[in-house]
Ligand binder design. Structure first.
Ligand code: ADP
Ligand code: MG
Length: 228
């Protein structure tokens, strides 16, 4: 059964001669345990797709169903509750709060949501991401790559059933990028969650079960990578 479903979803911005069809009518389903890549050139609609899938933006047409709930018609308040419970975002502008240390970013989540990672799981996650020594630092004191890894930790910390990641490895060197993909794959398989990764880096798609290509707002299943 699909955990995430887009039914005839489209999104356009502006009107008249300025109208941009960022996403043409799209049908999409993701199952539990799937790691999915979305590739495509800049401006093709990848971020639009991801933010609509996660309920951060509403579609112009169609419906988005997350874990059996049609979120399209819900109030922003109800949608934000579902986002908090179900979804982890790693967006291009990192989701770190500037005046909190890395550790306190996680503690903030403990105040608003239950069933986050245990202390031991978080320590392991920091270790996997190579940021154990940075837990008491503020975002401004981190490098771009460190900030990106802290943002990944924050997204995974809440044990989301769906993880939506927009270019999560863009500021990482190749080795780190592979490690992060390894981590995302391990998390997806061991916790039976669903992860969608937007990437420019086609070397990373070998980690994924399915690859979709976005071209001018049209999402097409490109290939099925051999699944284990
Ligand atoms: P990608 O992530 O693949 O680079 P985007 O989803 O960001 O592509 O954008 C797809 C298209 O929609 C682009 O032409 C972009 O300029 C346009 N677009 C995206 N967001 C907005 C917005 N908020 N207002 C107007 N146009 C937008
Ligand atoms: Mg984008």
């Amino acid at each position: 059964m699909a955990i995430l479903e887009l039914n005839q979803v489209s999104k356009s911005f502006g009107t008249g001669h300025k109208k941009v069809d960022a996403m043409k009518e799209t049908q999409f389903q993701a199952e539990k345990g799937e790691l999915i890549a979305v590739i495509g050139p800049s401006g093709s609609g990848k971020s639009t797709f991801l933010t609509i899938a996660g309920g951060l933006q509403t579609p112009t047409d169609g419906e988005v169903i997350i874990n059996n709930q049609n979120i399209t018609k819900l109030s922003e308040k109800k949608r934000s509750k579902i986002r908090l419970q179900e979804i982890g975002f790693i967006l291009q502008a990192t989701n770190l709060v500037p005046f909190l240390t890395v550790d306190n970013q996680m503690k903030l989540l403990d105040k608003v949501k239950k069933d986050n990672m245990t202390k031991e799981q978080l320590a392991q996650l920091y270790d996997n991401l190579g940021i154990s020594d940075l837990r008491h630092k503020y975002p401004a004191d981190l490098s771009g790559g460190e900030r990106q890894r802290a943002a990944i930790a924050k997204a995974l910390y809440s044990n989301p059933s769906i993880l939506l990641a927009d270019e999560p490895t863009a500021s990482l060197d190749s080795d780190r990028a592979y490690e992060v993909m390894d981590l995302l794959k391990t998390q997806t398989k061991s916790k039976n969650t669903t992860t969608i990764v937007v990437t420019h880096d086609i070397r990373l798609i070998s980690y994924c079960d399915k690859v979709y290509k976005m071209t001018d707002g049209v999402l097409v299943l490109e290939e099925k990578v051999g699944s284990e």
